[in-house]
Design a protein around this ligand. Structure first.
Ligand SMILES: C[S@@+](CC[C@H](N)C(=O)[O-])C[C@H]1O[C@@H](n2cnc3c(N)ncnc32)[C@H](O)[C@@H]1O
Length: 265
């Protein structure tokens, strides 16, 4: 088995982890090492976002207030989730990375954003909320609808399929939908034609099929269309080493927070 190691180039990796890195560890040990590094030396949300945007603390505070203060948004999502899924949405479900993506979009003020993997549409709602508050930009999403469990994608989720009778992105509040275009089908069908149409994009998020091949395919396909200074981000970077390998290929270091990775072109 080929040895795949996780990041060593990060400034915040302490010596003992570098030592671990020099040992002959297999992929799982390396993934564990990355998790350990992120838990022990995790950056604050502000520092994480600052790395990519140079945002001031004052501006960050204002974005955070806009997010945390939006009771209507959170109440809508929670009520809708409970009505449809018959379960309360857990705080964990919002996931730190939804907040990070919101801050990134508020700070970068992008014109064009692409995401792969929508499912219920929780992350999509955060992306669209940020675009709405910027009063600028459009989100293009690609999703192969999970009418049945999809191995390598939804199989580890609390719910592995869309709820009966509901469409992709069913939870997205109606007031956020005017900046959204959805393409249904696999990313390897829609991504390239969409990129050819858009010519240049500002931010990409992967959260679709987490096989090495598909993740690498999406990163490599998007890269030439991402503007200089644009953001390539991915959920579940610890499922396999594709994000790490890609960052080496394009010679960009990345920052990870838990399982969410971001690199800047
Ligand atoms: C992990 S879920 C996305 C969750 C969503 N981003 C969120 O956090 O709210 C993965 C989604 O990708 C979809 N998917 C699976 N394989 C795909 C593929 N090849 N291309 C596009 N979407 C795919 C699944 O149906 C599912 O909706």
């Amino acid at each position: 088995m080929e040895l795949k190691l996780f990041p060593t180039g990060n400034r915040d990796v302490p010596c003992f982890l570098l030592l671990l890195n020099s040992m002959n560890l297999n992929f799982y040990c390396a993934a564990f090492q990355e998790i350990l590094r992120q838990f022990l030396f995790t950056k604050s949300d502000y520092d994480f976002v600052f790395t990519f945007t140079g945002i001031t603390r004052q501006a960050f505070k204002e974005f955070r207030r806009d997010l945390y203060g939006d009771e209507i948004f959170f109440t809508y999502i929670e009520k809708k989730y409970y009505t449809v899924r018959k379960k309360r949405i857990s705080l964990k479900r919002y996931e730190i990375w939804n907040f990070l993506l919101y801050y990134l979009i508020r700070s970068l003020n992008p014109e064009t954003v692409i995401e792969t993997g929508v499912f219920d549409g929780i992350t999509t709602s955060f992306l669209l909320k940020a675009l709405k508050e910027n009063n600028k930009g459009h989100l293009y999403s690609i999703d192969l609808p999970a009418y049945e469990k999809i191995d390598g994608s939804t199989h580890k989720m609390k719910f592995t399929t869309l709820p009966g009778g509901e469409d992709v992105g069913w939870i997205i509040p109606p007031g956020l939908r005017d900046r959204w275009t959805l393409y249904k089908g696999p990313s390897n069908l829609h991504l390239k034609p969409l990129l050819n149409k858009l010519k240049v994009i500002d931010l990409f998020l992967h959260d679709s099929l987490h096989t090495y091949e598909n993740m690498m395919y999406e990163y490599e396909t998007v890269w030439p269309y991402l503007r200089q200074g644009g953001i390539l981000s991915s959920d579940d970077i610890l499922w396999n080493p594709s994000f790490h390998d890609f960052s080496k290929k394009v010679k960009r270091s990345y920052s990870g927070k838990y399982r969410f990775g971001v690199l800047k072109k």
